[in-house]
Ligand binder design. Structure first.
Ligand SMILES: Cc1ncc(COP(=O)(O)O)c(C=O)c1O
Length: 407
């Protein structure tokens, strides 16, 4: 039996909802997770009692807001084992974090002929910023060859890395295949040729303990909304020396040290990369989400996410006319599938009529869809509020979909 790790309807008010006359079964956490009451309450409390702009005024509210946001930064730094909160930059999410690295570090340090190594399983957010960087500076993208089951081997990575490689970037967990990539090994290969290792942690940070020191990586991007936090807040973590060396990309308020009519100098980290008013409530809410996840324990969450994904894969793979993607084991947090002859959007529609929320489409991973030779897939993704009861519902819904379309 795989039971939910939390008291679902107590902690997650949205899970009390009925959808089309059925209990909501939320299997779309890879797109965005639901939010616990404690995070929702923290946002309301912030706006009701503390709302003020940060890092500017000296009045009481402004100081309280600044303290609360900086405490959240410290919690996040501890959560990912950063050396210091100065390495934690608040962004809008993974996409903005990755774009910032490409601009701030890439534009400054890459030259024509340099190479960027990445995989065909990347989310568009970890592909297009590098495509654009490559076009701007004349660099070349090189893709790691995937194994037939959609995994990445260290050998395959070695084949693409050369003395010209300046950046190696990978998602730690694929949002379609559910694969867990060998980040620490790849980071050490990248460093052997003096390249930096950038990690898209959008699907890994919510589901497993993250230790940027142990992984030996240089930059990490992740989103708050996929790990119980609010939308519009995310994190760019970078090694302090690299962030110091990089140039800011957002210019304006509070990211400067001194401004003259014709020139300016930059503030210390992390302010240098946080021009403009940040998503203060979002940062504080993310801090609360991190407290909540830590209280449950990321090791337990990791085990739960793996058990659900592996169980779902096994059960779906045993159904007739169902194709599942990626490796059976190890995998985490999600399973993408198709039913032969039925469009994923039709699957999602039938599921919705039974109160089950899944995602259907290309999952912002079109090159991977080409590699899988499909236009799109359905995807069920799990989190700490899911149980094997939800997998039963998923299997029943697949059988009902097949009956409906007479497969
Ligand atoms: C692997 C991966 N990278 C990047 C992103 C983009 O995240 P965001 O939309 O929060 O910027 C996602 C979101 O689905 C993702 O799954």
């Amino acid at each position: 039996m795989i039971t939910a790790l939390v008291d679902i309807t107590e902690d997650f008010p949205i899970l009390k909802r009925q959808i089309n006359g059925h209990r909501l079964i939320y299997l779309d956490s890879a797109a965005t997770s639901q939010k616990p009451q404690i995070v929702i309450d923290r946002l309301v409390q912030y706006y009701e009692t503390t709302n003020a702009n940060v890092l500017r005024s000296v009045h009481t509210l402004a100081e309280e807001a600044t303290t609360a946001m900086e405490e959240a930064r410290e919690k996040i730094a501890r959560f990912i084992h950063a050396n210091s909160p100065r390495e934690v930059i608040f962004t809008r999410g993974t996409t903005e974090s990755l774009n910032t690295i490409a601009r701030a570090w890439g534009d400054k340090f890459l030259e024509a002929g340099d190479e960027i190594v990445l995989s065909p399983m990347e989310h568009h957010s970890n592909l297009i910023p590098w495509q654009q960087l490559a076009k701007r500076v004349g660099a070349k993208l090189k893709f790691i060859e995937l194994q037939p089951n959609g995994t990445i081997t260290v050998e395959a990575v070695k084949q693409q890395i050369t003395e010209r490689t300046r950046i190696v970037t990978l998602s730690a967990v694929s949002n379609v295949l559910g694969t867990i990539n060998p980040i620490a090994d790849v980071a050490s290969l990248a460093h052997q040729v003096g390249a930096i290792m950038v990690v898209d942690g959008a699907q890994s940070v919510p589901h497993q303990p993250t230790d940027v020191q142990a992984l030996g990586i240089d930059f990490l991007a992740f989103s708050g909304h996929k790990m119980l936090g609010p939308t519009g807040i995310g994190v760019l973590w970078g090694k302090e020396a690299l962030l110091e060396a990089a140039d800011p990309v957002m210019f304006g308020g509070e990211m400067i040290a001194y401004v003259d009519r014709d020139d300016a100098t930059w503030a210390e980290l992390p302010a240098k990369f946080e021009g403009g008013t940040p998503h203060i409530a979002g940062a504080i809410g993310l801090g609360t989400a991190v407290d909540y996840l830590s209280a449950i324990g990321m090791e337990r969450i990791e085990e739960h996410s793996r058990m659900l994904a592996e169980e779902a894969y096994r059960r779906l793979a045993s159904l007739s006319d169902v194709v599942v993607y990626g490796p059976e084991y190890p995998r985490t947090s999600l399973v993408a599938f198709n039913i032969v002859g039925i469009h994923p959007h039709d699957i999602a529609q039938v599921f919705d009529s039974r109160g089950i929320a899944i995602r259907a489409g290309h999952h912002c991973a079109q090159p991977l869809m080409h590699w899988l030779d499909v236009g799109s897939t359905a995807r069920a993704s799990f989190y700490l509020y899911n149980s094997d009861r939800d997998i039963d519902e998923l299997v029943d819904a697949i059988e009902a979909t097949k009956r409906y379309f007479k497969r």
